[in-house]
Design a protein around this ligand. Structure first.
Ligand SMILES: [Ca+2]
Length: 451
Protein backbone atom coordinates (compact mmCIF):
# COMPACT_ATOMS: atom_id res chain seq x y z
CA UNK A 1 0.00 0.00 0.00
CA UNK A 2 1.23 3.50 -0.78
CA UNK A 3 1.82 5.89 2.08
CA UNK A 4 3.11 9.43 2.25
CA UNK A 5 5.74 10.56 -0.26
CA UNK A 6 8.58 12.97 0.55
CA UNK A 7 9.65 15.67 -1.91
CA UNK A 8 12.81 17.27 -0.54
CA UNK A 9 13.99 20.36 -2.42
CA UNK A 10 17.28 21.94 -1.40
CA UNK A 11 18.90 25.06 -2.79
CA UNK A 12 22.66 25.64 -2.50
CA UNK A 13 24.03 28.63 -0.54
CA UNK A 14 20.60 30.26 -0.18
CA UNK A 15 20.23 32.92 2.51
CA UNK A 16 16.79 33.07 4.15
CA UNK A 17 17.11 36.87 4.00
CA UNK A 18 16.61 36.88 0.22
CA UNK A 19 13.20 35.17 0.21
CA UNK A 20 10.12 37.38 -0.01
CA UNK A 21 8.12 35.36 2.53
CA UNK A 22 11.08 35.81 4.92
CA UNK A 23 10.79 39.57 4.51
CA UNK A 24 12.92 40.52 1.50
CA UNK A 25 11.23 43.38 -0.36
CA UNK A 26 13.31 43.27 -3.54
CA UNK A 27 14.09 39.68 -4.44
CA UNK A 28 11.18 37.88 -6.11
CA UNK A 29 10.49 34.31 -5.00
CA UNK A 30 6.82 33.70 -5.91
CA UNK A 31 7.07 29.91 -5.98
CA UNK A 32 8.75 29.45 -2.62
CA UNK A 33 6.20 31.94 -1.28
CA UNK A 34 3.36 29.88 -2.74
CA UNK A 35 4.68 26.84 -0.89
CA UNK A 36 4.71 28.94 2.27
CA UNK A 37 1.03 29.68 1.67
CA UNK A 38 0.21 26.05 2.38
CA UNK A 39 2.94 25.10 4.75
CA UNK A 40 4.74 26.01 7.93
CA UNK A 41 7.49 28.57 7.50
CA UNK A 42 10.21 28.17 10.13
CA UNK A 43 11.94 31.45 10.95
CA UNK A 44 14.83 30.13 13.07
CA UNK A 45 16.35 27.12 11.41
CA UNK A 46 20.09 26.48 11.50
CA UNK A 47 22.55 24.33 9.60
CA UNK A 48 25.06 22.22 11.55
CA UNK A 49 28.01 23.29 9.41
CA UNK A 50 28.37 26.46 7.39
CA UNK A 51 29.59 25.07 4.09
CA UNK A 52 28.29 22.47 1.65
CA UNK A 53 30.16 19.24 2.36
CA UNK A 54 29.82 18.87 6.14
CA UNK A 55 26.33 20.39 6.29
CA UNK A 56 24.96 17.91 3.79
CA UNK A 57 26.84 14.99 5.36
CA UNK A 58 25.33 16.02 8.70
CA UNK A 59 21.63 16.19 7.82
CA UNK A 60 21.88 13.16 5.51
CA UNK A 61 23.62 11.04 8.17
CA UNK A 62 21.72 12.36 11.20
CA UNK A 63 24.85 13.38 13.14
CA UNK A 64 26.58 16.63 14.08
CA UNK A 65 29.89 17.13 12.25
CA UNK A 66 31.72 16.95 15.59
CA UNK A 67 30.26 13.49 16.20
CA UNK A 68 31.43 12.08 12.87
CA UNK A 69 34.50 14.26 12.35
CA UNK A 70 33.21 15.06 8.86
CA UNK A 71 34.25 18.65 8.14
CA UNK A 72 35.46 18.07 4.60
CA UNK A 73 33.81 17.62 1.25
CA UNK A 74 32.93 13.96 1.67
CA UNK A 75 29.64 12.13 2.09
CA UNK A 76 30.37 10.85 5.58
CA UNK A 77 29.81 7.19 4.68
CA UNK A 78 33.15 6.17 6.16
CA UNK A 79 32.25 7.86 9.43
CA UNK A 80 28.81 6.26 9.82
CA UNK A 81 29.84 2.80 8.64
CA UNK A 82 26.85 0.63 7.86
CA UNK A 83 24.34 2.95 9.47
CA UNK A 84 21.65 4.16 7.12
CA UNK A 85 21.55 7.68 5.75
CA UNK A 86 18.26 9.58 5.72
CA UNK A 87 17.36 8.52 2.16
CA UNK A 88 18.75 5.02 2.65
CA UNK A 89 16.57 4.53 5.72
CA UNK A 90 13.50 5.36 3.64
CA UNK A 91 14.72 3.05 0.90
CA UNK A 92 15.11 0.18 3.34
CA UNK A 93 11.64 0.90 4.70
CA UNK A 94 10.13 0.29 1.26
CA UNK A 95 10.48 3.67 -0.41
CA UNK A 96 11.63 4.36 -3.93
CA UNK A 97 14.42 6.89 -3.36
CA UNK A 98 15.80 9.18 -6.04
CA UNK A 99 18.37 11.93 -6.24
CA UNK A 100 18.31 14.66 -8.84
CA UNK A 101 21.55 16.69 -8.85
CA UNK A 102 23.20 17.92 -5.63
CA UNK A 103 22.03 16.33 -2.37
CA UNK A 104 25.30 15.12 -0.89
CA UNK A 105 28.23 17.37 -1.70
CA UNK A 106 29.04 18.07 -5.31
CA UNK A 107 31.63 20.71 -6.22
CA UNK A 108 30.14 23.78 -7.90
CA UNK A 109 30.90 24.75 -10.59
CA UNK A 110 33.43 21.99 -11.44
CA UNK A 111 31.26 18.96 -10.68
CA UNK A 112 28.34 20.52 -12.55
CA UNK A 113 30.45 21.28 -15.61
CA UNK A 114 31.47 17.60 -15.60
CA UNK A 115 28.04 16.24 -14.67
CA UNK A 116 29.77 14.04 -12.07
CA UNK A 117 28.50 12.37 -8.88
CA UNK A 118 30.63 14.42 -6.48
CA UNK A 119 30.66 12.94 -2.95
CA UNK A 120 27.40 11.09 -3.46
CA UNK A 121 26.39 8.08 -1.38
CA UNK A 122 25.23 5.52 -3.97
CA UNK A 123 23.67 3.26 -1.33
CA UNK A 124 21.11 5.94 -0.52
CA UNK A 125 19.30 5.88 -3.85
CA UNK A 126 17.21 3.62 -6.04
CA UNK A 127 18.03 5.93 -8.94
CA UNK A 128 20.09 9.09 -9.39
CA UNK A 129 20.65 11.79 -12.00
CA UNK A 130 23.35 14.40 -12.45
CA UNK A 131 22.57 17.58 -14.33
CA UNK A 132 25.46 18.93 -16.34
CA UNK A 133 25.55 22.64 -17.14
CA UNK A 134 27.94 25.19 -18.68
CA UNK A 135 28.13 27.28 -15.48
CA UNK A 136 30.58 30.22 -15.94
CA UNK A 137 31.17 29.20 -19.57
CA UNK A 138 27.54 29.91 -20.48
CA UNK A 139 27.29 32.35 -23.36
CA UNK A 140 26.12 35.79 -22.40
CA UNK A 141 27.35 38.96 -20.74
CA UNK A 142 29.71 38.08 -17.92
CA UNK A 143 31.82 39.90 -15.38
CA UNK A 144 34.23 38.85 -12.64
CA UNK A 145 33.44 40.72 -9.42
CA UNK A 146 36.32 39.72 -7.14
CA UNK A 147 40.05 40.27 -7.48
CA UNK A 148 39.28 42.54 -10.38
CA UNK A 149 39.89 46.14 -9.28
CA UNK A 150 40.63 47.45 -12.76
CA UNK A 151 37.89 45.45 -14.47
CA UNK A 152 40.21 43.63 -16.87
CA UNK A 153 39.93 40.10 -15.42
CA UNK A 154 37.99 37.77 -17.71
CA UNK A 155 35.14 35.56 -16.46
CA UNK A 156 36.78 32.68 -14.59
CA UNK A 157 35.75 29.35 -13.07
CA UNK A 158 36.06 27.99 -9.55
CA UNK A 159 34.53 29.30 -6.37
CA UNK A 160 34.61 32.87 -7.70
CA UNK A 161 32.15 35.75 -7.70
CA UNK A 162 31.23 36.09 -11.34
CA UNK A 163 27.91 37.08 -12.86
CA UNK A 164 26.67 35.89 -16.22
CA UNK A 165 23.49 37.21 -17.83
CA UNK A 166 23.08 34.16 -20.00
CA UNK A 167 21.60 33.75 -23.44
CA UNK A 168 18.99 31.04 -23.91
CA UNK A 169 16.37 29.51 -21.68
CA UNK A 170 16.33 27.68 -18.33
CA UNK A 171 17.18 24.34 -19.93
CA UNK A 172 20.68 25.50 -20.84
CA UNK A 173 21.53 25.30 -17.14
CA UNK A 174 21.91 22.57 -14.57
CA UNK A 175 18.94 23.71 -12.47
CA UNK A 176 16.66 23.90 -15.51
CA UNK A 177 17.61 20.33 -16.36
CA UNK A 178 17.19 19.24 -12.74
CA UNK A 179 13.65 20.65 -12.66
CA UNK A 180 12.81 18.93 -15.92
CA UNK A 181 14.12 15.58 -14.67
CA UNK A 182 12.32 15.96 -11.35
CA UNK A 183 9.02 16.73 -13.14
CA UNK A 184 9.45 13.69 -15.37
CA UNK A 185 10.12 11.44 -12.35
CA UNK A 186 7.17 12.82 -10.40
CA UNK A 187 4.79 12.06 -13.27
CA UNK A 188 6.23 8.56 -13.65
CA UNK A 189 5.88 7.87 -9.90
CA UNK A 190 2.10 7.99 -10.28
CA UNK A 191 2.37 4.38 -11.40
CA UNK A 192 4.77 3.24 -8.66
CA UNK A 193 3.56 0.56 -6.27
CA UNK A 194 5.48 2.16 -3.43
CA UNK A 195 5.86 5.65 -1.97
CA UNK A 196 8.75 7.84 -3.10
CA UNK A 197 11.43 9.94 -1.45
CA UNK A 198 12.66 12.36 -4.10
CA UNK A 199 15.58 14.69 -3.35
CA UNK A 200 15.96 17.57 -5.79
CA UNK A 201 19.08 19.70 -5.37
CA UNK A 202 19.40 23.05 -7.13
CA UNK A 203 22.88 24.59 -7.32
CA UNK A 204 21.88 28.28 -7.53
CA UNK A 205 22.39 30.77 -6.00
CA UNK A 206 25.86 29.20 -5.40
CA UNK A 207 28.53 31.00 -7.45
CA UNK A 208 28.95 31.46 -10.37
CA UNK A 209 25.86 33.66 -10.50
CA UNK A 210 24.69 32.36 -13.85
CA UNK A 211 21.06 32.74 -14.87
CA UNK A 212 19.13 33.47 -18.07
CA UNK A 213 19.26 37.22 -18.58
CA UNK A 214 15.49 37.68 -18.11
CA UNK A 215 15.96 36.91 -14.38
CA UNK A 216 18.35 39.86 -14.11
CA UNK A 217 15.92 42.47 -15.35
CA UNK A 218 14.23 43.08 -11.98
CA UNK A 219 17.53 43.79 -10.24
CA UNK A 220 19.47 46.69 -11.78
CA UNK A 221 22.63 46.85 -9.68
CA UNK A 222 22.39 50.65 -9.35
CA UNK A 223 19.27 50.20 -7.20
CA UNK A 224 20.76 47.67 -4.78
CA UNK A 225 21.07 48.90 -1.19
CA UNK A 226 23.96 47.25 0.65
CA UNK A 227 23.62 46.20 4.30
CA UNK A 228 24.33 48.72 7.02
CA UNK A 229 28.05 48.83 7.81
CA UNK A 230 29.67 50.05 11.00
CA UNK A 231 32.95 51.88 11.44
CA UNK A 232 35.45 49.69 13.34
CA UNK A 233 33.20 46.63 13.02
CA UNK A 234 36.11 44.18 12.80
CA UNK A 235 37.96 45.49 15.88
CA UNK A 236 36.20 43.16 18.33
CA UNK A 237 35.99 40.14 16.02
CA UNK A 238 38.63 37.45 16.74
CA UNK A 239 40.90 36.75 13.77
CA UNK A 240 39.21 33.41 13.07
CA UNK A 241 35.84 35.13 13.04
CA UNK A 242 36.78 37.29 10.05
CA UNK A 243 35.29 35.46 7.09
CA UNK A 244 37.42 33.89 4.35
CA UNK A 245 35.78 36.16 1.79
CA UNK A 246 35.52 39.88 2.53
CA UNK A 247 35.04 43.08 0.53
CA UNK A 248 38.68 43.77 1.41
CA UNK A 249 40.39 40.55 0.33
CA UNK A 250 38.10 40.25 -2.71
CA UNK A 251 39.03 43.87 -3.56
CA UNK A 252 35.42 44.63 -4.41
CA UNK A 253 34.36 48.19 -5.14
CA UNK A 254 30.90 49.33 -4.04
CA UNK A 255 29.76 48.89 -7.63
CA UNK A 256 31.06 45.30 -7.69
CA UNK A 257 29.38 44.61 -4.34
CA UNK A 258 26.05 45.86 -5.68
CA UNK A 259 26.51 43.80 -8.82
CA UNK A 260 27.14 40.72 -6.67
CA UNK A 261 23.89 41.22 -4.75
CA UNK A 262 21.90 41.84 -7.93
CA UNK A 263 23.37 38.71 -9.52
CA UNK A 264 22.63 36.69 -6.39
CA UNK A 265 19.00 37.88 -6.52
CA UNK A 266 18.75 36.93 -10.21
CA UNK A 267 20.13 33.48 -9.35
CA UNK A 268 17.62 33.10 -6.51
CA UNK A 269 14.70 34.05 -8.82
CA UNK A 270 15.94 31.59 -11.44
CA UNK A 271 16.16 28.82 -8.85
CA UNK A 272 12.71 29.80 -7.52
CA UNK A 273 11.22 29.40 -11.01
CA UNK A 274 12.59 25.83 -11.10
CA UNK A 275 11.02 25.12 -7.71
CA UNK A 276 7.73 26.30 -9.24
CA UNK A 277 7.96 23.75 -12.06
CA UNK A 278 8.53 20.89 -9.63
CA UNK A 279 5.63 21.93 -7.39
CA UNK A 280 3.40 22.24 -10.45
CA UNK A 281 4.31 18.72 -11.59
CA UNK A 282 3.40 17.40 -8.16
CA UNK A 283 -0.06 19.02 -8.43
CA UNK A 284 -0.59 18.02 -12.07
CA UNK A 285 0.31 14.42 -11.31
CA UNK A 286 -2.40 14.28 -8.64
CA UNK A 287 0.07 13.38 -5.88
CA UNK A 288 0.08 16.65 -3.91
CA UNK A 289 -2.44 15.19 -1.46
CA UNK A 290 -0.13 12.36 -0.52
CA UNK A 291 3.22 14.17 -0.45
CA UNK A 292 5.13 16.12 2.19
CA UNK A 293 7.13 18.93 0.58
CA UNK A 294 10.24 20.35 2.21
CA UNK A 295 12.20 23.34 0.94
CA UNK A 296 15.49 24.43 2.49
CA UNK A 297 19.18 25.27 1.89
CA UNK A 298 22.44 23.69 3.10
CA UNK A 299 23.56 26.89 4.91
CA UNK A 300 23.12 30.65 4.73
CA UNK A 301 25.12 33.37 3.00
CA UNK A 302 26.60 36.79 3.57
CA UNK A 303 25.74 39.54 1.13
CA UNK A 304 28.00 42.23 2.57
CA UNK A 305 27.01 42.19 6.26
CA UNK A 306 30.23 43.07 8.20
CA UNK A 307 31.79 43.29 4.72
CA UNK A 308 31.64 39.48 4.71
CA UNK A 309 30.63 37.54 1.61
CA UNK A 310 29.53 33.96 1.00
CA UNK A 311 29.37 31.26 3.65
CA UNK A 312 31.53 29.67 6.40
CA UNK A 313 31.23 32.47 9.01
CA UNK A 314 29.36 31.70 12.25
CA UNK A 315 27.26 34.86 12.15
CA UNK A 316 23.51 34.55 11.83
CA UNK A 317 23.29 35.23 8.07
CA UNK A 318 25.63 32.30 7.44
CA UNK A 319 24.21 29.74 9.90
CA UNK A 320 20.50 30.40 9.35
CA UNK A 321 18.60 28.67 6.55
CA UNK A 322 15.07 28.88 5.19
CA UNK A 323 12.76 25.94 5.88
CA UNK A 324 9.21 25.41 4.74
CA UNK A 325 7.39 22.13 5.35
CA UNK A 326 4.09 21.63 3.60
CA UNK A 327 1.80 18.69 4.33
CA UNK A 328 -1.28 17.60 2.34
CA UNK A 329 -4.16 20.04 2.89
CA UNK A 330 -1.82 22.23 4.90
CA UNK A 331 -2.42 25.87 5.74
CA UNK A 332 0.01 28.76 6.10
CA UNK A 333 1.64 28.86 9.55
CA UNK A 334 4.79 30.27 11.09
CA UNK A 335 7.03 28.78 13.74
CA UNK A 336 9.76 30.69 15.61
CA UNK A 337 11.02 27.59 17.39
CA UNK A 338 14.75 26.89 17.17
CA UNK A 339 15.16 24.11 14.63
CA UNK A 340 18.20 22.34 13.15
CA UNK A 341 18.60 20.71 9.74
CA UNK A 342 19.38 17.53 11.70
CA UNK A 343 15.69 17.45 12.61
CA UNK A 344 14.60 16.64 9.06
CA UNK A 345 15.47 12.93 9.21
CA UNK A 346 13.58 12.09 12.45
CA UNK A 347 10.71 14.44 11.55
CA UNK A 348 10.01 12.94 8.14
CA UNK A 349 10.35 9.43 9.58
CA UNK A 350 7.69 10.25 12.14
CA UNK A 351 5.41 11.93 9.58
CA UNK A 352 5.62 8.91 7.29
CA UNK A 353 4.78 6.48 10.09
CA UNK A 354 8.29 5.03 10.37
CA UNK A 355 10.15 4.42 13.62
CA UNK A 356 12.71 7.09 14.44
CA UNK A 357 16.16 5.47 14.77
CA UNK A 358 17.24 6.20 18.35
CA UNK A 359 20.80 7.01 17.37
CA UNK A 360 19.79 10.17 15.50
CA UNK A 361 20.98 13.45 17.01
CA UNK A 362 18.16 15.62 15.67
CA UNK A 363 14.67 16.01 17.10
CA UNK A 364 11.26 15.13 15.76
CA UNK A 365 9.66 18.55 15.18
CA UNK A 366 6.46 17.26 13.57
CA UNK A 367 4.41 18.59 16.48
CA UNK A 368 5.33 22.12 15.39
CA UNK A 369 3.20 21.58 12.31
CA UNK A 370 0.11 21.24 14.51
CA UNK A 371 1.16 23.72 17.20
CA UNK A 372 3.64 26.21 15.77
CA UNK A 373 3.91 28.02 19.13
CA UNK A 374 5.62 25.01 20.71
CA UNK A 375 9.40 25.12 21.28
CA UNK A 376 11.65 22.09 20.79
CA UNK A 377 15.06 23.26 22.11
CA UNK A 378 16.78 26.09 24.02
CA UNK A 379 19.65 26.57 21.59
CA UNK A 380 20.98 25.55 18.19
CA UNK A 381 24.50 24.40 17.46
CA UNK A 382 26.60 24.92 14.36
CA UNK A 383 30.26 24.77 13.40
CA UNK A 384 32.88 25.45 10.78
CA UNK A 385 36.48 24.30 10.56
CA UNK A 386 37.63 27.10 12.88
CA UNK A 387 35.06 27.05 15.66
CA UNK A 388 31.51 26.64 16.89
CA UNK A 389 28.42 28.65 17.68
CA UNK A 390 25.71 27.95 20.20
CA UNK A 391 22.75 30.28 19.89
CA UNK A 392 19.56 30.62 21.85
CA UNK A 393 16.81 33.12 21.15
CA UNK A 394 18.69 35.90 22.94
CA UNK A 395 22.38 34.99 23.20
CA UNK A 396 24.74 33.96 20.46
CA UNK A 397 28.11 32.60 21.60
CA UNK A 398 31.01 31.70 19.30
CA UNK A 399 34.17 29.88 20.32
CA UNK A 400 37.15 29.60 17.98
CA UNK A 401 40.03 27.14 18.13
CA UNK A 402 43.40 28.54 19.23
CA UNK A 403 44.52 31.25 21.64
CA UNK A 404 42.45 34.13 23.02
CA UNK A 405 40.81 36.36 22.04
CA UNK A 406 38.71 33.51 20.63
CA UNK A 407 35.15 34.19 21.71
CA UNK A 408 32.19 36.33 20.72
CA UNK A 409 28.95 36.99 22.57
CA UNK A 410 25.99 38.88 21.15
CA UNK A 411 22.70 39.98 22.64
CA UNK A 412 20.38 39.36 19.70
CA UNK A 413 17.55 41.27 21.38
CA UNK A 414 19.53 44.51 21.42
CA UNK A 415 21.95 43.79 18.61
CA UNK A 416 20.41 41.55 15.93
CA UNK A 417 23.14 42.60 13.45
CA UNK A 418 25.85 41.24 15.79
CA UNK A 419 27.95 44.39 15.81
CA UNK A 420 28.89 44.48 19.51
CA UNK A 421 30.94 41.60 20.93
CA UNK A 422 30.16 41.55 24.67
CA UNK A 423 32.79 39.04 25.76
CA UNK A 424 35.00 41.66 27.48
CA UNK A 425 32.09 43.57 29.00
CA UNK A 426 31.77 42.69 32.75
CA UNK A 427 28.06 43.52 32.68
CA UNK A 428 27.48 40.39 30.61
CA UNK A 429 29.53 38.01 32.75
CA UNK A 430 26.44 36.01 33.79
CA UNK A 431 25.29 35.51 30.20
CA UNK A 432 28.83 34.66 29.10
CA UNK A 433 29.25 32.03 31.83
CA UNK A 434 25.87 30.56 30.97
CA UNK A 435 26.73 30.26 27.28
CA UNK A 436 30.23 28.90 27.98
CA UNK A 437 28.66 26.17 30.09
CA UNK A 438 26.01 25.44 27.47
CA UNK A 439 28.78 25.10 24.87
CA UNK A 440 30.86 22.73 27.03
CA UNK A 441 27.81 20.58 27.78
CA UNK A 442 26.76 20.45 24.15
CA UNK A 443 30.22 19.34 23.03
CA UNK A 444 30.14 16.53 25.61
CA UNK A 445 26.63 15.50 24.69
CA UNK A 446 27.19 15.25 20.97
CA UNK A 447 30.44 13.32 21.30
CA UNK A 448 29.05 10.63 23.59
CA UNK A 449 26.90 9.29 20.80
CA UNK A 450 27.50 5.67 19.89
CA UNK A 451 29.27 5.81 16.56
CA1 LIG B 1 26.34 25.12 -0.26
Amino acid sequence: MKTTNVLFIISDDLSATTIASYGNKICKTPNIDRLAQKGTLFTRVYCQATYCGPSRASFMSGYYPDATGVFGYVSGRKAIGDRETWAEYFKNQGYHTARVSKIFHMPVPKGIELGSDGSDDPRSWTEKYNCQGPEWKASGVGETLEGNPDGTRPVVGGNTFVRVEAEGDDLVHSDGKAAQKACELIHSYKNLDKPFFLGVGFVRPHVPFVAPKEYYKDYPWQEIVLPKKMEGDWEDIPKKGINYKTSKNMKMSIEQQKKAVSAYYASVSFMDAQVGKVLQALEDSGQADETIVIFTSDHGYHLGEHDFWAKVSLKDESIRVPLIISVPQGKAARSDSLVELLDLFPTTAKMCGLDIPERLQGKDISKLLQSPQTEVRDAIFSANNKGWVIQGKRWSYMKYKGPRPNEELFDLNKDPNQFFNLVSNPEYKVALDKMRLAFTNKMKELKTNDL
